[in-house]
Design a protein around this ligand. Sequence first.
Ligand SMILES: N[C@@H](CCC(=O)N[C@@H](CS)C(=O)NCC(=O)O)C(=O)O
Length: 212
Amino acid sequence: MDSDRKLTFYHAVPSRGGTVHWMLQELGIEFDVEMIDLRKEEAQTPELLAVNPLGKVPTIVHGDTVVTEAAAICCYLADAFPAAGLAPALDDPARGEYLRWLFFSPSTIEPAFLDRMLKREAEDSSLNSYRDWDTLMAMLLDVVGKAEPWILGKNFTTVDVVMGSAIRIGRMFDFLPESPVFDDYIRRIDARPAYLRMQKIDAPYVAAAMPG
Ligand SMILES: N[C@@H](CCC(=O)N[C@@H](CS)C(=O)NCC(=O)O)C(=O)O
């Protein structure tokens, strides 16, 4: 239904844009890229600010529809391009579990990583979206450990794009403990042609952004 609407992707590397770029490669659809250089003062271009007042990537414009927030963009794209089969249908009971894990990353995993990075510890775990670090780790090891081979079972879904990106970043920055559970899952991600395509396309921009 949506193949005739122009899709513009505001991207930057390295950033959460990588998650959306991977998703776009999984969908195999056509899109235009506006690459933003986050190191430059002018990173928040008037064009990007016009569609996202926060001046943040990733952002997409699909026809007249603007979507921001990496997980929301991936959720939107999976539904807009259902032929790729990356989301259970609206009336599929699996949709609940799908949405649960799709939004677990931005709502629960990312705040934990940020606290870890800033060496912050919440005094009251009831105010903490992820309860506490050890409980979150036990839960993540359990969920990823049960992936057969993907989080929702045999079918690769958008959950693997969004949560898989978080798990990859968590291991890369050593937030997540060394474990065959995470490492085997990451190996499965790394073998996906769409993931490899995304990495290859972004590689020159990554090299320019992170010289040496
Ligand atoms: N809540 C947003 C966060 C987006 C975000 O923080 N993007 C960063 C890159 S990962 C960004 O655009 N930084 C540039 C800046 O703040 O100027 C999401 O989940 O997509």
